[in-house]
Design a protein around this ligand. Structure first.
Ligand SMILES: Cc1ncc(COP(=O)(O)O)c(C=O)c1O
Length: 340
């Protein structure tokens, strides 16, 4: 990767980290049923995977309640972001700022940024429609947005999706974190918006970042055909596929996780506010805050890794993103932050 590649979860550069608040994976870790399936079926790793991922696509379609033809799997959500950009080959794109940096890294065209403002708690407003100029061919929306943690207001999301559908613009709604929130998916718009692409991954909810498994849901079969042709034939490994199928059968996993996040998010935000930090409203399993004093180095010295946000367009080095974890871990973080 290039020198501009800067992400959460970099425990390879930062040795000695005992608590990683920079990566937003499920605080419960990988579900036991996924671990058991991987161990029980380790012999199958010797085989080639099904290049069409049939069993996996069927399990995802059932889980999402959409036709199986709408599903395409990839080597993590990031793989699909890059393939989408190659497939659409847009001349102009619209992205939020700040947002997940891989959209801009994957695009090689003119980019318009819709800046989210701290004075509006980083909410998307309906003036976003003015930014969809006639040259825009792809729009990346992040719902909830990384690193702000905010869901799109339902009506605005609907307006953008339908406006883009009328103009034949591809709209990618990245819902990699939506299952941690109580928010409604853009899935409801799939029947009326041919160019809508919903992006999801197992990475965060099932804490399996290292396995690499993501998928898109779209009615645009021409697009999925192109995306399939662009990829190497076995982009989803056998262990990733086994893990995905097992994950979707883990009873109550999403509900249990969501309950933890909702209560711990409220606890952690409250404690951080008491310490004097500016904490922004959000819905996700991570929190954006602004601090008058540097936090990254002092916490790293205590073995705690957080995500400095100075490299996000629209933010500066006074912003930090913190994952929401278990009560015990959140208490450790708050104690370390109160030491100054
Ligand atoms: C909003 C968002 N989308 C996609 C991804 C990429 O996920 P994956 O690890 O499955 O490629 C991330 C990872 O941080 C993310 O934050």
């Amino acid at each position: 990767v290039g020198a501009d590649f800067f992400h959460g979860g970099d425990i390879y550069t930062n040795k000695g980290v005992t608590l990683d608040f920079s990566v937003n994976t499920n605080p419960f870790g990988m579900p036991e049923c996924v671990r058991e399936a991987l161990i029980a079926r380790a012999d199958e790793f010797a085989r080639y995977p099904d290049p069409n991922n049939r069993a996996l696509c069927e399990a995802i379609a059932k889980y999402e309640g959409v036709p199986v033809e709408f599903i395409l799997c990839g080597n993590g959500a990031a793989d699909l972001i890059y393939r989408l950009c190659y497939a659409v080959m847009p001349l102009a794109a619209l992205v939020l700022a700040p947002t997940f940096s891989e959209y801009e890294r994957a695009l090689s065209c003119g980019i318009t940024r819709y800046f989210l403002k701290p004075e509006n708690q980083f909410a998307v407003l309906d003036d976003i429609l003015d930014y969809i100029t006639s040259d825009v061919e792809i729009i990346f929306l992040c719902h909830p947005n990384n690193p702000t943690g905010r869901l799109f207001p339902r009506e605005i999301l609907k307006d953008v999706v339908y406006f883009a559908a009328r103009r034949g613009i591809t709209v990618v709604v990245d819902e990699c974190f939506i299952d941690f929130t109580g928010g409604a998916s853009a899935k409801d718009f799939l029947n009326d918006a041919q160019n809508l692409v919903i992006l999801k991954a197992f990475t965060k909810m099932y804490a399996c970042a290292g396995l690499r498994l993501g998928y898109i849901i779209t009615p645009d079969v021409k697009l999925t055909d192109t995306l399939t042709k662009e990829a190497q034939p076995w982009s989803v490994s056998v262990p990733a596929s086994i893990a995905g199928i097992a994950a979707l059968s883990c009873a109550d996993w999403v509900t249990k996780t969501r309950e933890l996040i909702i209560s711990e998010r409220s606890y952690l935000s409250g404690e951080l506010k008491k310490l004097g930090f500016t904490v922004f409203d959000g819905d996700a399993n991570f929190i954006l805050l602004k601090s008058e004093r540097p936090l990254y180095e002092p916490l790293l010295e205590k073995g705690i890794l957080i995500r400095p946000c100075g490299n996000f367009a629209g933010l500066d080095s006074s912003y930090y993103r913190l994952a929401v974890k278990t009560r015990e871990e959140n208490i450790r973080l708050v104690r370390a932050m109160s030491d100054g």
